[in-house]
Design a protein around this ligand. Sequence first.
Ligand SMILES: [Zn+2]
Length: 106
Amino acid sequence: MQRARIRKDDVVCVISGTDKGKTGKVLQVMPTRGRAIVEGIRLLTKAQRKTQDNPQGGFAKKEASLSMSKLLLYCPEDKKGVRIRCVKEGQKQIRKCRRCGHAFDN
Ligand SMILES: [Zn+2]
């Protein structure tokens, strides 16, 4: 099984598909399905029924999940999606950028 390289609240970069090149914050990770929901990525417009809370009905933007294989962690120093390596420091696994060594977990 693949280790979860991407976690909730990470900033990630999309490397393929219609949202290629975009970055966003991870809202939810679904490890068993290998999918994640990223803020502002794969927005779907959902028609909403008229309800008591929302008497006008209308449309809501909602993020759909996408495969984590299409995501790379975004490195603020390289300003792009990067591959990471896991380094053990004391009790903790730290994820570091393979290019510049930026540590994602402090
Ligand atoms: Zn980096």
